[in-house]
Design a protein around this ligand. Structure first.
Ligand code: AMP
Length: 121
């Protein structure tokens, strides 16, 4: 499958549509989900054009992989839900249609700010 340049997160990365930004660096952008499912619901996306985690694992450079993994923790810290603050959170990434993915640009959901509950409902 080819990367869709017109997906909503590609447009956010190009600054064509706004987002409520939490954090940005060379590798990632993080912003609040427009339709929050928990008290805190953030999204973390890589700046590179990757469809999903499968695509990213196959094609991303070591720097991009490291930048994304480290970035997830930085965002959790910024949101005040990291373990060094005595809190916790859940990270989830939907992959393709069976995984329930709607936006075809790799993204991680970060849920926190309350007890997140059952893993799959
Ligand atoms: P997924 O089902 O894993 O692809 O999740 C896509 C997520 O993107 C959903 O939780 C949507 O609420 C969220 N979303 C869609 N459009 C926007 C937007 N413009 N800004 C922030 N979040 C969005």
């Amino acid at each position: 499958m080819k990367y869709d340049e017109n997906n909503v997160f590609a447009k956010i990365l190009r600054g064509e549509i706004p987002c409520k930004k939490i954090y940005e660096d060379n590798f990632i952008l993080s912003f609040y989900d427009i339709n929050p499912q928990k008290k805190i619901h953030a999204l973390v996306i890589p700046k590179g054009k990757y469809i999903d985690l499968d695509d990213f694992s196959e094609k991303a450079s070591s720097d991009e992989i490291l930048g994304l993994l480290k970035g997830l923790r930085i965002v959790a810290q910024k949101l005040g839900i990291s373990t060094d603050k005595g809190k916790g959170y859940r990270i989830l990434s939907n992959i393709s249609e069976d995984g329930g993915q709607e936006v075809p640009h790799l993204h991680f959901h970060l849920f926190g700010g309350e007890k997140i509950g059952k893993m799959v409902q």
